[in-house]
Design a protein around this ligand. Structure first.
Ligand SMILES: Nc1nc2c(ncn2[C@@H]2O[C@H](COP(=O)(O)OP(=O)(O)OP(=O)(O)O)[C@@H](O)[C@H]2O)c(=O)[nH]1
Ligand SMILES: [Mg+2]
Length: 228
């Protein structure tokens, strides 16, 4: 286990369903947005949640010694989805067991969950079922879930095949992709797919077709010519 990050004070409270609509400015970021939503990063300690967030927010990779998150932390990023500005309020949770009760308190406000395992650590993959049970118990019924197999750049150390991740995701009916916080593979795609799904849920008219997040991800991967 690595060092620990300084505890971060907990929580601006969001509305019950987590959406804050038509706010003129997102607190702290200075960016205008049309609506905001809460996304949580969860999974075992060391799978790369903080690194994934830093890669998405700042385009950088936190290499060097591992600093384990204490409690919970968040970062905002406003993304543009076909002209609509969606503020993603991204909560980075601590994977260590002793912080589990803190994490549980945040599930109910989340519209989307990015659930990570590390393709080089079998235990983190085996624990995904337990994480999904947690989600089932504490999160909203219609929460968007995306399973991410992170550290896909570590080819030589890999112990979990892509097909294993795909199979598990299919079993639970959730979207799946492999990512790398180090190279950036699929990181923007994961967050953008979530933002699109949430925008669609928020703005879809009754006669409009539902947004299919899995289909969107497949199309985008094909466009990028990648296979992960
Ligand atoms: N090669 C490689 N290393 C990664 C990747 N993502 C994270 N790491 C490394 O894995 C270690 C753990 O990353 P963190 O992002 O701090 O893990 P975490 O999931 O936030 O862990 P907790 O805060 O304890 O829950 C660090 O040493 C990172 O440099 C990746 O995609 N590729
Ligand atoms: Mg962390």
């Amino acid at each position: 286990m690595g060092k620990e990050r300084t505890p971060i004070p907990i929580s601006p409270v969001t509305k019950k369903n987590g959406y804050m609509q038509n706010a003129p400015r997102s607190p702290g970021s200075g960016d205008f947005y049309d609506f905001s939503c809460k996304v949580m990063l969860i999974g075992d300690s060391g799978v790369g949640k903080t690194c994934l967030l830093v890669r998405f927010k700042d385009g950088a990779f936190l290499s060097g010694s591992f600093i384990s998150t204490v409690g919970i932390d968040f970062r905002n990023k406003v993304v543009n989805v076909d002209g609509t500005k969606v503020k993603l309020q991204i909560w980075d949770t601590a994977g260590q067991e002793r912080f589990r009760s803190i994490t549980r308190a945040y599930y109910r406000d989340a519209q989307a969950l990015l659930l990570l395992y590390d393709v080089t650590t079998k235990a983190s993959f085996d624990n995904i079922r337990a994480w999904l049970a947690e989600i089932n118990e504490y999160a909203q019924d219609d929460v968007v879930i995306m399973l991410l197999g992170n550290k896909s750049d570590m080819t030589n150390e890999r112990v979990i095949r892509r097909e294993d991740g795909e199979r598990l995701a299919k079993e639970y009916g959730v979207c799946f992709m492999e990512t790398s916080a180090k190279t950036g593979l699929n990181v923007d795609l994961a967050f953008m797919a979530i933002a699109r799904d949430l925008k669609s849920k928020k703005t879809r008219k009754p006669n409009e077709e539902k947004f299919n997040v899995a289909e969107f991800v497949d199309n985008e991967k094909q466009k990028a010519g990648c296979c992960s």
